[in-house]
Ligand binder design. Sequence first.
Ligand code: SF4
Length: 68
Amino acid sequence: MSLRVVLDEECCVGHGRCYTSAPELFDSDDRGHCRLLASEVLEAMISKARNAVDNCPEGALTLVEDGS
Ligand code: SF4
């Protein structure tokens, strides 16, 4: 099983919490909106990814399990 982050670009308004708290996973585009650096979340980054997902005020980020 692996985890990946899914970004709903329609929901993202650019609060910047994701790329501020987890710059290993997220960056900003030229409007300050989220840009995924890698959709697959490595084991060492799971906690940070969950934190970013939980703290997005717009609910624009989701963690999805691939396989089982
Ligand atoms: S915290 Fe959410 S709304 Fe803000 S930039 Fe990241 S994904 Fe977009």
